[in-house]
Design a protein around this ligand. Structure first.
Ligand code: SF4
Length: 426
């Protein structure tokens, strides 16, 4: 047997990296975008954009992560997945040490600040979870790695393994995969909703225990997944409407206290099952779901307010807050000098920061029309819905059909990113 040279090893790792970084790009539960960096030093691996994504830490810092799968071999056959067992996609598998080496090499070269690691299911859930956890354990204990680690939790893995993973990872995530139980049974019958939610619940319980221990002053308590847990939901692989998607989202936030639900528009895959649609949903649908999600988490909206039985999908042309306001014109106009924080948050064109500034300013003087722009309010959008001390709403302007026309953006369905969706939403 001929021993492999360093060059062979490097090539082999690079090839694996190409396959396993590409396979990981379908996971949206760490927000991603490509990044290129030259490898002038002839070091191990070349990023060439492969596997580098950006994510946000709980304190708002943007970090670059190496985003890869441990393997894209999988014993499951989820219909929507390019790595399903019946797919003829090229396969690869890293060893635990290879992932550790890549992470440390990329980290030392300043390409990344952390690792996002997921995996196809090898043998069974426990075996896979054990392997994924070993990477994090080795990085923390042997390499003294202090960077960010996001581990994908494998549904069905034992509580003990999930608990161990949380001691090494900053964030854990378990993919809910599809919005409803019916969708899951149809497209991923080997995945069980109770196992997925069981894993989420294990993480929640362990995080609560950890918080209680820290509150009791047990300072030696090791942190458990301090950046919380998140999940990913594929949208547009079935005909499930946004109303049901947002109901599931609400359930996940309330029951398992997730930090984030990520929405990933279904992308067609080669040799797809006939039950799958031939094309992706418009990207703007993903964007509208992120905006609706934001309204649920920070603006006091209930999922049931954002759609109706008659219109179960979000309007693609206008944002969900404006759509809600136009459906509920009877609640407007509101007086910015008197309205509660909760009501102000419901005005199109007024974001969280704008509300804060309104509340601060009106302690000192009544807000006039000319003050609005300086308070960070999108005046063109908000004008029809508010009154100030020197301007009442134009008579009947809220009822006019031209209001809808005026407020609809001229450019429809432009390319949008997750970051557009979550920043400065008003
Ligand atoms: S378990 Fe994950 S990797 Fe395996 S087929 Fe299903 S979605 Fe793909």
């Amino acid at each position: 047997m001929v021993a492999r040279t360093d060059t062979t090893l490097k090539k082999s790792l690079t090839e694996k990296l190409a396959i396993l970084a590409d396979a990981a790009k379908y996971d949206a539960s760490c927000a991603s975008s490509g990044a290129t960096r030259a490898n002038n030093a002839g070091g191990l691996g070349s990023t060439e954009g492969m596997g580098i994504c950006h994510s946000y830490t709980p304190d708002g810092r943007c970090v670059s992560l190496l985003k890869i799968l441990l393997t894209n071999h999988c014993v499951y056959d989820c219909r929507y997945c390019v790595n399903r067992s019946s797919s003829d996609t090229p396969r690869a598998r890293f060893t635990v040490d290879e992932v550790v080496t890549l992470t440390m090499e990329f980290y030392r070269r300043n390409y990344i600040e952390g690792l996002f690691l997921s995996s196809g299911i090898i043998r069974d859930s426990d075996y896979t979870m054990e392997q994924v956890t070993s990477v994090a354990k080795t990085l923390r204990e042997r390499e003294n790695f202090k960077g960010y680690i996001h581990l994908k939790t494998i549904p069905g893995a034992s509580h003990e393994l999930v608990t161990r993973a949380g001691l090494y990872a900053d964030r854990l995530s378990v993919n809910i995969e599809l919005p409803t139980l019916g969708d899951l049974e149809r497209l991923a019958p080997e995945k069980k909703r109770d196992e997925i939610e069981g894993a989420m619940q294990s993480i929640k319980i362990r995080r609560d225990e950890n918080k209680n221990d820290l509150a009791k002053g047990l300072s030696s308590t090791p942190a458990f997944a301090p950046a919380g847990q998140s999940t990913q939901m594929i949208i547009g692989a079935t005909g499930t409407a946004d109303r049901e998607i947002l109901a599931t989202t609400t359930h996940l936030y309330k029951t398992h206290r997730l930090r984030r639900v990520y929405y990933s528009a279904f992308s067609p895959i080669p040799h797809a099952d006939s039950r799958l649609p031939g094309q992706s949903p418009p990207l703007v649908r993903e964007h509208r779901l992120y905006q609706a999600d934001w309204l649920l988490r920070f603006y006091g909206f209930e999922a049931t307010e954002l759609t109706s039985d008659q219109s179960p999908n979000l309007d693609l042309d206008i944002d969900p807050k404006l759509a809600w306001a136009l459906r509920n014109r009877g609640q407007f106009p509101i007086d910015v000098n008197l309205a509660s924080r909760e009501l102000l948050l419901r005005v199109p064109g007024i974001g969280e920061r704008g509300v804060k500034r309104i509340l601060q300013t009106r302690r000192y003087h009544a807000i006039r029309d000319e003050d609005l722009a300086g308070l960070g309010i999108v005046v063109k959008k908000a004008r029809a819905f508010i009154t100030t001390v020197d301007r009442v709403c134009e008579p009947l302007s809220l009822d006019s059909d031209s209001l809808v026309r005026r407020l609809r953006p001229k450019q429809k369905h432009s390319q949008l990113s997750l970051f557009d969706a979550v920043e400065g939403f008003a």
